[in-house]
Design a protein around this ligand. Sequence first.
Ligand code: MN
Length: 501
Amino acid sequence: MIDLKQNEVWFVTGSQHLYGPKTLEQVAEHSREIAAAFDASKHLPVKVVFKPVLTTPDAIRELCLEANSTKKCIGLITWMHTFSPAKMWIAGLSLLKKPFAHLHTQYDREIPWSTIDMDFMNLNQAAHGDREFGFIGSRLRLDRKVVVGHWQDDEVQAQLGVWARAASAWADWQGAKVARFGDNMRDVAVTEGDKVEAQIKFGYDVYGYGIGDLVKAVNEASDGDVEKMMQAYLDEYDVIPSLRPGGERNASLKDGARMEVGMRNFLQAGNFKAFTTTFEDLHGMPQLPGLACQRLMRDGYGFGAEGDWKTSALVRAMKVMAEGLKGGVSFMEDYTYHFSASGDKVLGAHMLEICESIASKKPKLDILPLSIGGKADPVRLIFDANTGPAIGASIMDMGQRFRMVANVVDVVPTDEPLPKLPVARALWLPRPNLKVAAAAWIYAGGAHHTSFSYSVTAEHLQDFADMAGIEFLLIDENTRVQEFKEKLRWNDLYYHLNKGL
Ligand code: MN
């Protein structure tokens, strides 16, 4: 469902005619070599395409317009090998609608002390050429990522790779469709928001559907597809005996399979990338769809419970960022605390809908009662999540603007087994600790729902927030509550004023 190799990043080198054709040929040759190295790099998940060296305002403008209108181009990496007077870039950069990363590198890694002459100096000019380019980026107040270091270094390529993943997610959001089955959970505030503003700012569109539209698709699921789905469950999970063929609750598994087939058909037919459900609107559905949501998330769909379209879209974006990386991405909720001398912990879970991409081993497929919703017992996958560093992020509509907040956490094994807990779960220690992390999160107005990932990092989210032009607040090992509160106040002022900057 997600293929990052379809995406192209264009490698764009700036120069000028002053140096004559010989130097420009050399610049092009070096630029081609760097683009090829990035294209082959394990750190960059997308295609990197060399573009001819730009030496005039017209050529720059044409390239930016071409980037805008080329769907598979998700952004530019720019580099000024030689000096490229930046007034030439004003028209192009002002029109550019795609993200760009400014690579500040030099073709030759080291100074050849005994042979360096003016020819070498005139070729390796990025130290000042990139500063001229940087000035115009700042003068135009353009959000971009600046990456500094030698182009062959792993760290430089990794930083560009992170940016390319964020740019892929950003491109994926443009024109994306989110299906919303039912409305918001009644009276919940943080899952609401301005969908028109979100479409203007983020590019995705939220389509509302009555649950009857989904019920129709579920009822139309073919018996053959339902049988195949049941077989997939038996092949992939530890299915409890009562749900197996001949078991007394096998019919409930069939209901679950029918819901999944119907939801898949609906989402595929409408070309949706994400969806929401709500337990308050299930008329005609036999159960709250748990298993179906878990498996659809695993396959790359964004998901948000209780009508939470912002988290659903964010889960999808983080699925794109994480594509091909170890770890996983899931919808998540801070559910219950464990205050203890060994460190205050958060038990993360949801009523049902945690993605199996974060499971530590083969999930158990079980059926148990759900205390809310008033429907038949839902089938669901139960598992412990992986351990290790992870991040939870959410986007809130603050009224005048959107804010992203994220917390870096360490997922740990549960102190003891949880034989009676009927849902998938993750237990974590927030950084720097629960007291600071939760206070900061609450001061920021952070949601109880998050998109939770072991492969997406703060750097991915920072790059992504910059592309979206929204505030990004990180809570990690360096967070201090007092400084964080001050940052919130300053940011309120900045984002209020920045429309006029
Ligand atoms: Mn919830």
